[in-house]
Design a protein around this ligand. Structure first.
Ligand SMILES: [Fe+2]
Ligand SMILES: [Fe+2]
Length: 221
């Protein structure tokens, strides 16, 4: 990936997730992950395409791309916070309210899943379903590092996909309303991790293929 100054933050999280990708490949399960969700499969087929090619056939495909990421986030917070628990967070010195805020973020993700599922259905499409994930963290510190990767990727992914909704004012506006919330999540998680919550004046953008590179290692089936 081409790195610019504004991309530095994303480069760091990408490096972290790429290390995990390498680990998964070594374990021999990357091929299973790559075969998983149909939306990512379509995007994957575009990875060798020219930059002028459009990676989505319709607005429903764009929304399913977003839904794939939202499922990832929703499952991450739902299952992660259930297993780590309040004490698992506070034992690392975080205030009690941090757990409540993380639960609230998880509720946002569940809402994003519900809204996108409804819109896709209303448009006559078939919403993608939740997959099986392995986020690879072992404690709250690792959990928050993965959270940062997911949130930063989400923000960059919505930016990168916005151009494919340009023909629909309503869908583009709806996507932006979610994008803004993802940016708030990303800033809060960065602060928890001791990182700069707003590292640059211009936020990095990721193409669907680049998002695929980051997100696929988390999807195991
Ligand atoms: Fe979300
Ligand atoms: Fe989020």
């Amino acid at each position: 990936m081409k790195i610019t100054t504004a991309d530095q933050m994303l480069h760091e999280l990408t490096t972290a997730t790429m290390n995990r990708r390498r680990m998964l490949i070594n374990a021999g399960i990357a091929s299973a992950a790559l075969a998983a969700p149909i939306t990512f499969g379509k995007v994957s087929a575009q990875m060798d395409a020219t930059p002028d090619d459009v990676p989505f056939e319709s607005p429903v495909d764009v929304l399913n791309y977003a839904l794939t990421l939202e499922h990832l986030e929703a499952a991450f917070y739902r299952d992660g916070l259930a297993s780590i628990g309040r004490e698992g967070i506070t034992t690392w010195g975080y205030q009690d309210t941090v757990f409540d805020n993380l639960v609230a973020i998880g509720e946002h993700e569940a809402e994003h899943v519900a809204v996108l599922t409804q819109v896709i259905t209303d448009l006559g499409g078939m919403p993608v379903e939740e997959a099986m994930y392995d986020f690879g963290y072992e404690d709250a510190v690792g959990f928050l590092q993965v959270a940062q990767a997911l949130e930063d990727t989400g923000v960059a992914a919505y930016q990168g996909a916005a151009q494919y909704l340009i023909d629909s004012d309503e869908l583009l506006t709806a996507a932006l309303t979610i994008h803004g919330v993802e940016a708030r999540h990303a800033a809060y998680i960065a602060l928890l991790n001791g990182a700069v919550p707003f590292p640059a004046a211009v936020n990095p953008t990721l193409t669907p293929a680049e998002v695929l590179e980051i997100a696929t290692p988390f999807i195991v089936s």
